[in-house]
Design a protein around this ligand. Structure first.
Ligand SMILES: [Fe+2]
Ligand SMILES: [Fe+2]
Length: 259
């Protein structure tokens, strides 16, 4: 596959910081539509997903590492959570790399985007970063990993299912330490709720740019209720997530004509 370089306006620096370092093997794109988006259920899609997810995991690791460096005076508990997260996300990155190579793939085979890193780079406080990265991005990732584990298990692909199972357990911990920290901080000073709201709003605006050309029509899995409860979300929060997910999936099905 040949890759063409698309000339487009740079992303708005109000919502996007600089990208992470990537060596010359990688082709870095900015928005979802510029990636190689193969149809679901095709071998190309499954192969490309390993490369894409490997880079996503790397961005999450880099975000956790950057927060450790940027907030040296944060509580020891949350810093320990971030340090553990760095190690876990590095392992996830290597897991996807190993699977990619086992299928004769290689680094730089497909274009990548680093939007998670760039969005977090414009949030200047730890609680906002944790609300966006750990409590939002990773909660979505938890639903995806839970679904992928069950799907792989049902197909008899136990190597893949075991990898997702281990990853799911790690993601529960990453969300949980963020939930614990956010709840404790809100209890101490409810005004930090404004930082959370601002960060989530900023993220929503950035997402609208990244996914303007598609990429949000996911309807094959819903909320992993049990895992989210284990990750420290309250029953009410999970109920809201389920309702929003169901409404979104119904709308996607109606749009795609698969209802
Ligand atoms: Fe991960
Ligand atoms: Fe994680």
């Amino acid at each position: 596959m040949t890759h063409t370089n698309t000339v487009r306006a740079p992303l708005d620096p109000q919502f996007f910081g600089d990208g992470p370092a990537r060596d010359a093997r990688f082709i870095v794109r900015e928005v979802w539509a510029e990636l190689e988006n193969y149809p679901d259920g095709t071998p190309e899609r499954d192969h490309e997903f390993l490369h894409r997810q490997m880079n996503e995991e790397m961005c999450v690791m880099e975000n956790a590492a950057r927060s450790l460096a940027d907030f040296p005076d944060a509580d020891w508990g949350v810093r320990k959570g971030l340090a553990r997260q760095c190690a876990d996300e590095a392992r996830h990155t290597m897991n996807y790399h190993r699977l990619l190579v086992a299928r004769n793939g290689h680094l730089g085979q497909y274009p990548i985007t680093n939007f998670q890193f760039r969005i977090l780079g414009r949030i200047d406080n730890l609680i906002g970063r944790l609300a966006v990265q750990n409590r939002s991005f990773e909660a979505d990732g938890l639903d995806a990993a839970t679904h992928a584990r069950d799907e792989a298990r049902a197909k008899g692909n136990h190597v893949l299912a075991d990898m997702y199972d281990a990853q799911q357990a790690d993601e529960v911990c990453h969300i949980r330490f963020a939930n614990d920290y956010i709840k404790a901080e809100l209890g101490r000073n409810p005004r930090v709720g404004m930082q959370i709201a601002r960060a989530l709003n900023q993220c929503a605006q950035a997402f609208a740019v990244i996914f303007a050309g598609g990429g949000v029509d996911v309807e094959k899995y819903g909320v992993a209720v049990e895992a989210r409860l284990e990750a420290g979300f309250s029953a009410e929060e999970v109920a809201v997530a389920v309702r929003m997910s169901d409404e979104r999936r119904t709308a996607v099905r109606a749009r795609l004509g698969t209802a």
